[in-house]
Design a protein around this ligand. Structure first.
Ligand SMILES: Cc1cc2nc3c(=O)[nH]c(=O)nc-3n(C[C@H](O)[C@H](O)[C@H](O)COP(=O)(O)OP(=O)(O)OC[C@H]3O[C@@H](n4cnc5c(N)ncnc54)[C@H](O)[C@@H]3O)c2cc1C
Length: 431
């Protein structure tokens, strides 16, 4: 039996990075992701692609022509004229200019499942530029939630809310109050959101990627993850001359499952919400539909915790994150899972204390070994001298002390193994 204690929360609070200086990326035993400056990232992709021979034309698509089979045959550009098309990727955002407007693929609206349809955003200064949190903060407000994403030079913030519960002015008041002094003198930009997806993202010779293909509200910051999958899967299914329906069908099936995966997990948060201080939260819990898959699972999870096979398609949200949400929301302490309680045996206290003691020691070691986040970012940006082969650490001038030796991975000792638990020699209760 493996039990994990995650260092993420403490790393974030302590403004520490998620990997050690000089260590290769994503080799840590705990996962992490990067916050990206979208504008700079787009610029970087342009450089990479044009270097590899892609021609980058900045122009406005004025109209889309279809051939008799209904495929896109030409795009008419404002300055560049008429362009022949073999295969086109629609990445025109919420407009869905080609997939939706020209090809007429229907949009599957998710507003029965998710209440939030608007957002407002502002970039603010770091309160202390030397203390950069290494996490996203999501905070529930009256009619939705806010994000706070610290980048190197600034902090991106926003409020995602339901227009059925707040006007833009009301939401702006709430948002600005939440920002406090850091938002003084700024006016938020309002972003209407089209929540749902195309019935199919690949239609004829057009593939919709990104917001044109669909968007599920950004509570779990999943859009770029989905774009990444779309691109990889398209490469897997890349047609040669004719587009075999089998390729398109399989791609669409996979992509639709990905939307389902994200939809289920986002709906879970609202369905398990326990706030009663605003009609928004009560409506989100009681008036919104949830997908049948999730409804069935929630019924099941009243009797046991989520296990691997409960989640049929998991690129990101597997049974462990469902466990984390259920336990984190303390649903089993509020009468939700009497069925689970019946199945539990008590955990022997000394085992738990021993585990906890060792896990805390290991956790402290991990936290000590990590550089502060700003130092790590400066290293990634190439602003620190290369890691010296021999003790020149002082020359590197980090903003906090350099990390010590790489700690051994966390090993939890004296935990009962599966055989001991099964034989009843030792007991383990998870909560
Ligand atoms: C409130 C909010 C929060 C988000 N938070 C996250 C997050 O935390 N994590 C995450 O991964 N993603 C997030 N996203 C999603 C992320 O912003 C998008 O995935 C990303 O911007 C890519 O979108 P896109 O390229 O599909 O569309 P857009 O960024 O909207 O780009 C569409 C482009 O198409 C162009 N265009 C439109 N019509 C034409 C035309 N006729 N001719 C030429 N060009 C045209 C537009 O000018 C625009 O440049 C969020 C989105 C929103 C709305």
């Amino acid at each position: 039996m493996e039990i994990a204690i995650s260092p993420h929360d403490d790393l974030g609070r302590m403004c520490k990075g998620a990997r050690e200086l000089g260590q290769p990326e994503f080799k840590q035993r705990f996962g992490y992701a990067y916050h990206l400056d979208a504008v700079k990232f787009a610029g970087m992709l342009t450089k990479v692609c044009t270097k590899r021979g892609v021609e980058h034309i900045r122009d406005e698509v004025q109209s889309v022509e279809l051939d008799e089979a209904g495929n896109v045959s030409h795009l008419m550009l404002e300055r560049g004229g008429r362009h022949d098309i073999e295969m086109v990727i629609d990445c025109t955002g919420f407009r869905g200019l080609i997939i939706n407007q020209a090809l007429g693929e229907p949009f599957m609206d998710y507003s029965d499942y998710l209440p939030n349809d608007r957002a407002m955003a502002l970039q603010i200064e770091h309160p202390d530029p030397d203390k950069i949190e290494s996490l996203t903060r999501s905070t529930a407000l009256g009619a939705g939630w806010t994000w706070r994403v610290p980048l190197y030079n600034r902090v991106g913030t926003g409020y995602v809310f339901s227009s059925a519960h707040r006007t833009d002015d009301q939401a702006a008041d709430e948002y600005m109050a939440w920002l406090g002094d850091s938002g003084k003198g700024l006016t938020p930009r309002v972003i209407p959101m089209r929540i749902g997806r195309m019935r199919n993202a690949w239609v004829k010779n057009c593939l919709a990627i990104g917001l044109s293909g669909g968007f599920i509200e950004p509570l779990e910051s999943t859009a770029i993850h989905m774009i990444d999958h779309a691109v990889r899967w398209f490469a897997d299914h890349l047609p040669t001359r004719d587009i075999a329906p089998a390729l398109r069908n399989r791609y669409n099936r996979q992509m639709n499952k990905l939307y389902d995966e994200v939809l289920d997990f986002i709906c879970l948060h609202y369905r398990l919400g326990n706030r009663t201080d605003d009609p928004y939260w009560i409506d989100a819990r009681t008036q919104m539909k949830i997908p049948d898959r999730l409804a069935e699972n929630l019924e099941l999870w009243q009797h046991r915790l989520p296990v691997e096979h409960d989640i049929e398609f998991a690129t990101l949200f597997d049974y462990r994150v469902y466990q984390a949400v259920l336990l984190g929301k303390q649903v089993y302490d509020t009468g939700y899972g009497e069925g689970i309680r019946d199945r539990l045996r008590p955990l022997k206290k000394p085992i738990w204390f021993q585990y906890w003691k060792e896990a805390k020691t290991d956790l402290a070691q991990v936290l000590k070994s990590m550089p502060d986040h700003k130092t790590l970012l400066r290293d990634i940006r190439g602003e620190l001298p290369k890691q010296p082969a021999f003790g020149m650490a002082a020359a590197m001038k980090p903003t906090v002390a350099m990390p010590g030796d790489v700690p051994a991975p966390v090993v939890v000792q004296n935990m009962p193994n599966l055989a001991e638990i099964q034989s009843g020699a030792k007991d383990l209760q998870l909560f």
